[in-house]
Design a protein around this ligand. Structure first.
Ligand code: ATP
Ligand code: PRP
Length: 217
């Protein structure tokens, strides 16, 4: 995108896994920013007026917050985070990168208690999932290494990301139910979407074409 009358677009990027797969997709869409640009320093804000962008580097779970409040016009984030954050943003495009799934897992062959404990980084998704099924559970929030919970007796079940399945397998756990599939999404602030419609639609269209052409990462 070149700077037009709509001005610079502010983009909230998620640090970590998604960013790695995003940069090849951006390049394919005609925005050749290197992953190194964002990871070779501790800088969090990258102002690139000539290219028509300002980028923020945020924790994935915080990306929808920056976008809902409008300090970022658009953002990129996993569907898992979008569902968990429950922010008022527009979801514009499935970027089809960083695929994984959100699943319920636990030790094999263990019948759940009447009121089982479920450990997760995704308490809202877990609450909603079990409530919809009429199952009463106690959801325990953890920040990570969630697979530890059933091994230590903290919880019988977990709700967590599964990708290759290696973490579950190496900890003697099994996937019991799949809640949803997950890929990264382009999201937009609702006001920016009106005020910067041309810039946002142009970015969306370029990315849509790149997604359709496919990216090898
Ligand atoms: N194997 C995987 N494990 C975790 N997340 C994955 C995996 N595969 C794809 N993803 C996607 O990547 C996102 C997480 O990225 P990353 O692991 O870099 O952040 P994080 O570890 O959740 O963040 P934090 O630093 O806050 O703990 C998820 O929201 C999900 O959409
Ligand atoms: O199915 P796999 O390919 O093994 O991937 C899934 C694992 O990867 C993620 O953990 P991460 O490395 O992000 O660490 P965390 O547990 O601290 O979030 C996720 O929480 C699972 O533990």
């Amino acid at each position: 995108m070149r700077k037009g009358k709509c001005g610079v677009l502010t983009v909230a990027l998620p640090k970590g896994r998604v960013l790695e797969e995003l940069m090849p997709l951006f390049a394919k869409a005609g925005y050749p920013f290197s992953h190194d640009l964002f990871t070779s320093s501790r800088k969090l804000v990258f102002t690139l007026p000539e290219q028509g962008f300002t980028f923020f580097l945020a924790k994935p779970m915080d990306v929808p917050t920056y976008v809902e409040y409008g300090v970022a016009d658009v953002g990129i984030v996993g569907k898992d985070v979008l569902l968990e954050a429950g922010r008022e943003v527009y979801e514009l495009l499935d970027l089809k990168i960083s695929p994984c799934r959100l699943s319920v897992a636990g030790k094999p062959g263990v019948e759940p208690a009447l009121y089982p404990r479920v450990a997760t980084k995704y308490p809202r998704i877990a609450e909603r999932y079990f409530k919809e099924r009429g199952q009463q559970v106690e959801v325990i929030f953890l920040n990570g290494s969630v697979e530890l919970a059933p091994l230590t007796g903290l919880a019988e079940r977990i709700v967590d990301i599964v990708s290759t399945g290696r973490t579950l397998a190496e900890n003697g756990l099994v996937e019991l139910e799949q809640i949803t599939t997950v890929t990264a999404r382009l999201i937009a602030n609702q006001v920016s979407y009106r005020l910067k419609r041309n810039s946002i639609q142009s970015l969306t269209e370029q990315l849509r074409q790149a997604v359709e052409r496919g990216v090898s990462v």
